[in-house]
Design a protein around this ligand. Structure first.
Ligand code: PEP
Ligand code: MN
Length: 362
């Protein structure tokens, strides 16, 4: 299929609206044959809307493969002409934007290592001024929503109308289960703050390995993400970058085929009535929890006053340990995880400390 540029623009517009939007392709473009074969095999699955390929690779340490560079761009052009699948590339500098546009790349994305740096994001945004192309913005490597939002704002101010988000997880020291911890709550908050903006999930860079890709992809779909970007390679173990997390195009096709797609809503009155009833229950319980938390703070205030009169420190480590131990025991019987109990009690405890601090120093 020969796709003209005008026709490609139409296809990209249509794909941008499609749900779920599925993007796949190699971490890096390596050779002409690898790019073309990947495209053909992805096309054959019938499940892929856009093809990704890294041309310039931001690597943690020098000396590893840093991307094939602009010489790979004609390969993507060829792959696109052959399959009709639009192509997406990561850009991090003004020059890279220029090169990508010269070779008719259809969609650009800003990588996690670039989103952290406002200078780089601004440079990319400046190069995009006056250009009509969709841009996907990955979350920054550190869990900082403001940086992510800042990048969206810089690109929007440059006049880009179609902006989407990619949730690829966050780097954390000593984290072993995931290459980048998903911290789903941050992606959910980003979605809440940008209603209507496309947000897709990148299980490959969250997992860093193949065996848990499917479960992370399913979790994203259950959380109502708009699509997935998953790395695929014709011979994953031999990939020049991110070999451990890549899968073959055929495996990708199977994976997309076996995801359970869910609806956000249905038009059944019975369903809505039942949901409304349970949501009322939740609201009622939330109100009660807030009342009780307010009462708890009042007692903490009294304790603060008493500590002040007796000149005692706010924090007593033994007391705090015994509160936590009690809560773990009780929580376990109620089906509440230790992780949740810790986070919840930390928050409640910090609020008590803040209250008592004010009292002691008033
Ligand atoms: C990539 O998508 O190949 C990539 C470099 O990812 P990230 O920016 O999420 O690290
Ligand atoms: Mn990669």
């Amino acid at each position: 299929m020969e796709a003209t540029e005008a026709k490609m623009k139409e296809i990209v517009q249509e794909k941008w609206q499609k749900r779920p939007l599925i993007i796949s392709g190699p971490c890096s473009a390596e050779t002409r044959d690898q790019v073309v074969e990947t495209a053909v095999r992805l096309h054959k699955t019938g499940k892929v809307d856009m093809m990704r390929a890294g041309i310039w690779k931001p690597r943690t340490r020098p000396g590893s493969f840093e991307g094939i560079g602009a010489k790979g761009l004609p390969w993507l052009q060829e792959a696109k002409k052959l399959t009709g699948i639009p192509v997406a590339v990561e850009v991090a500098t003004g020059k890279q934007v220029e090169d990508a546009l010269n070779f008719e790349v259809d969609v650009l994305w800003i990588g996690a290592r670039t989103t952290v740096n406002p200078f780089s994001v601004q440079e990319v945004a400046d190069a995009l001024r006056g250009v009509d192309i969709p841009v996907l913005i990955k979350n920054p490597i550190n869990p900082d929503l403001e940086l992510w939002i800042g990048a969206v704002e810089r690109v929007a101010k440059a006049g880009i109308k179609q902006i989407g988000l990619i949730h690829r997880g966050f780097s954390s020291y000593g984290n072993t289960e995931y290459r980048n911890a998903p911290m789903w709550h941050l992606a959910i908050e980003m979605k809440r703050r940008n209603p209507g903006m496309l947000i897709i999930n990148d299980p490959s860079h969250i997992c860093g390995r193949r065996d848990i890709l499917q479960e992370v992809a399913q979790e994203a779909i259950d959380l109502d993400f708009d699509g997935l970007i998953i790395e695929s390679h014709i011979d994953p173990d031999k990939a020049w970058s991110d070999a451990k997390q890549q899968i073959t195009p055929e495996k990708l096709g199977e994976m997309i085929g076996s995801i359970r797609w869910r609806k956000e809503d249905i038009a059944s009155e019975e369903y809505h009535a039942a949901m409304e009833k349970m949501r009322q229950q939740i609201n009622q319980l939330d109100d009660e929890l807030l009342q009780i938390l307010g009462q708890r703070m009042k007692v903490a205030d009294k304790i603060g006053q008493y500590k002040k009169e007796n000149n005692i420190t706010i924090l007593q480590t033994n007391r705090w340990n015994s509160i936590l131990e009690r809560a773990y025991g009780k929580g376990e019987k109620l089906g509440l995880s230790k992780e949740f109990i810790t986070k919840y009690f930390d928050a409640v405890h910090m609020e008590s400390i803040n209250h008592q601090n004010k009292i002691l120093n008033s």
